[in-house]
Write a protein of this length. Structure first.
Length: 711
């Protein structure tokens, strides 16, 4: 909802606008299209009914802490229909439920936004003044999840308790199974769903506040000058509620010694025992920019037929400041666990907020010339020089040419260079990390399954990966050009076709972790990143820094055809916008071979939107069909038999009614067929499906209504 009003104060025209909005969250379990086929793996201990669990019997004749030495059985209160053996291990029966019904993966968070804008205009003699104040905010609330963990937060494992502390129902099951245990012998519990519910979520608050003042006046008869100054501050506050304290969990629930009994019995309903095992984490990010610009424009030379050579030139200056404050608890690690290695383990499994600060000054000078050589030919030239205090200067140019040999035909072309400066976070962040799975053939040995340190089927393990800034980054540079034609033989019809090309060098990014580790194993340099290994040869941590890596070259054709005609008071229209990507080649690093991406996952070769419209003086109706071209499935590179994602079309229907000069009603249905788009099979065994998130629409069918009324 939004509202706007206008009034006068001291001969100044004032406009005030304000608005607010809200969107609810969407979870994976809310989208049935993501669960297209039943799989033998749909049932899991994670989906077991509340209060039920699975427990492992250890063979007394072969004591071991190895999970594989346990034979699992469901708890006595597990419904018969939920007592299901694993598909790949019929000897182990678990209490399992439908994981699809409890999947709380968040596809879209809950959001609330609001804004207010105040604008005032007033003339002081020959000078026109315009002042604007803006304030906005967005609150994002993540899904509230249980923070009481069912597995060891410091190392892989399951909850274990002494047989003597187990409930009588569990002991009775052990006796019925013909097992005898000592009171201090441990039993392992899987997915108990018995921990007291300590829930927490991540809440983010983004706010922006600032203003701009601009002045405009005349220098001479045909010259104008403009001056503006502005200051804006954006702030992001992130609160991670109830972050588990790994140290407290290790000391109390999951002792380092596997034969040591935990201090908490999960079968006891004493929630106060774990109330101190959590902490709230807080981080803040602040960006500030203050800028001022002055420029003047006007004619500098008179050409025949009243044509004039014009120029616009000016200077600008800006100061940027960046601060990111992470919670001090976020930088605490369990560096000596286990005692034989230096593996990084976060103490608080929370936000991994970064720390960093930096600033930069930017000064610029620019000019643009308009050269109308004739009624048919118009040429413009532009140049800009920017000097950055943190990485140097850069000059860029642009030029465009329009040639109209006939009233119904226009030829156009332009070319120019560009740049993108590294962000202050990419330059100055001290830390910005998290835990990721890495593949390490130097530590894991899958050729000897029984003794593989990563487990019998292990190829990866989790490592703390930090992403620090790199003060030596350079800007990304680009060169782009296009040329095309506009053809309009009659007023009712026109078509335009443009060919374009863009080349980007020095793309800023982080090298793929698997490749980084492979280079380290071969003894090659991984600079500016670093990989640290512990005494056991396991990777302790990775510093994956930003660098100017590779290149990106793209070219394509954009075509638009418009047809509109009036007949008996009705207006009929058809529009077709078509975009064809001819090529999109990239190099991950300078030393890599160039690869073609078009047609691969998330890179369709074409997109097309067709729109039919019908309009009268009061009513208008439109139907739009947006098509995304064929692309590979997410598994095509590793297994081409997974094939391609077929082209898909989304339909949108819209109706508008102008019931008065001051009021209108809008009704619409977006995504008429209620399709996410691009959903495809990712794993045949588990029937897992996925979709290209940046091309799909998880909101599904959306009904829209809008009422606008002026007073």
């Amino acid at each position: 909802a939004s509202a706007v009003t206008g009034f006068q104060v001291a001969e100044a025209d004032v406009t005030l606008a304000a608005g607010m909005g809200k969107s609810e969250r969407i979870l994976t379990k809310n989208r049935s299209q993501l669960w297209q086929a039943v799989s033998p793996y749909d049932k899991s201990s994670a989906g077991a009914p509340a209060g039920t669990y699975s427990w492992g019997l250890l063979n007394p004749a072969k004591p071991s802490s190895n999970l594989l030495e346990y034979t699992f059985q469901p708890s006595a209160n597990c419904p018969v229909e939920n007592q299901i053996a694993f598909p790949n291990d019929a000897t182990n029966t678990y209490c399992r439920g439908d994981a699809r019904k409890v999947d709380t993966g968040e596809l879209m968070p809950e959001k609330q936004d609001r804004f207010v804008a105040l604008n005032a205009e007033k003339s002081f003699g020959d000078i026109q003044a315009n002042a604007t104040l803006l304030a906005s905010g967005v609150n994002t609330s993540g899904y509230s999840r249980s923070r009481t963990l069912t597995s060891n937060p410091a190392r892989a494992g399951y909850y274990a308790l002494p047989y003597g502390s187990a409930p009588e129902s569990l002991k009775a099951q052990a006796v019925a199974a013909g097992k005898s245990y000592q009171a201090d012998q441990l039993i392992k519990i899987v997915g108990p769903s018995l921990f007291p519910e300590y829930k927490g979520n991540t809440r983010t608050s983004d706010s922006s506040l600032g203003g701009m003042l601009s002045l405009k006046g005349s220098l001479a008869t045909d010259w104008e000058w403009n001056f503006d100054v502005s200051h804006f501050t954006t702030k992001r506050v992130k609160n991670f509620a109830k972050a588990p304290d790994s140290l407290a969990f290790v000391k109390n629930l999951f002792p380092v010694d596997v034969n040591e009994a935990p201090k908490l019995n999960i079968f006891q309903d004493d929630t106060s025992v774990i109330s101190g095992y959590f902490a709230d984490l807080h981080s803040e990010e602040v960006n500030q920019i203050t800028s001022a610009t002055w420029f003047a424009s006007g004619p500098i030379y008179q050409l025949p037929e009243g044509r004039k050579v014009s120029v616009a030139a000016g200077v600008s200056a800006a100061h940027e400041n960046y601060i990111l404050r992470g919670d001090s608890k976020d930088s605490q690690f369990l560096n000596q666990y286990p005692e034989t290695s230096s593996i990084f383990r976060a103490r608080y499994l929370g936000s991994f907020a970064a720390d960093g600060h930096g600033s930069r000054d930017v000064s610029s000078a620019f000019a643009e010339f308009d050269l109308p050589f004739s009624k048919q030919v118009d040429l413009s030239l532009a140049g800009r020089y920017d000097q950055y205090s943190d990485f140097g200067g850069t000059f860029n140019y642009g030029t465009s040419l329009v040639y109209a040999p006939a009233s119904f035909l226009k030829l156009r072309a332009n070319a120019g260079s560009g740049f993108k400066a590294p962000t202050l976070a990419q330059l100055f962040n001290q830390s910005d990390g998290g835990y990721l799975s890495v593949k390490d053939s130097k530590y894991c040995d899958n050729s000897v399954a029984a003794d593989n340190p990563c487990g019998p089927d292990g190829e990866t393990y989790r490592v703390y990966v930090n992403s620090p800034g790199n003060g030596k980054l350079k800007e990304e540079t680009s060169l782009a050009y296009n040329f095309g034609v506009v053809f309009q033989p009659i007023d009712a019809f026109n078509v335009s076709v443009d060919y374009w090309s863009a080349n980007i060098k020095g793309v800023i990014g982080q090298e793929d972790l698997d490749r980084l580790i492979e280079k380290e194993i071969r003894g090659e340099s991984v600079a500016p990143s670093t990989i640290t290994r512990g005494p056991d040869n396991r990777i302790a941590s990775i510093q994956s820094s930003y660098a100017n890596l590779g290149t990106l070259r793209s070219q394509g054709i954009d075509a638009v055809a418009d047809f509109s005609t009036k007949l008996d008071g009705f207006t009929y229209g058809y529009r077709n916008a078509y975009s064809l990507i001819i090529s999109q080649k990239s190099k991950d690093t300078i030393s890599d071979p160039e690869k073609e991406n078009i047609g691969s996952y998330r890179a369709p070769r074409y997109r097309m939107t067709q729109t039919l419209s019908f309009q009268t003086s009061q009513h208008n109706v439109s139907l739009a069909a947006s098509t995304v071209g064929r692309q590979e499935s997410a598994r095509f590179e590793t297994d081409p038999s997974f094939g391609y994602i077929a082209p898909e079309t989304q339909y949108d229907l819209s109706y508008g009614w102008s019931y008065s000069a001051k009021g209108s009603l809008h009704l619409g249905v977006a995504n008429l067929l209620n399709k996410i788009g691009g959903v495809h099979l990712y794993n045949r065994d588990t029937r897992v499906v996925t979709y290209p998130a940046d091309l799909a629409d998880v909101r599904g069918r959306q009904l829209q209504i809008g009422l606008r009324q002026a007073f």
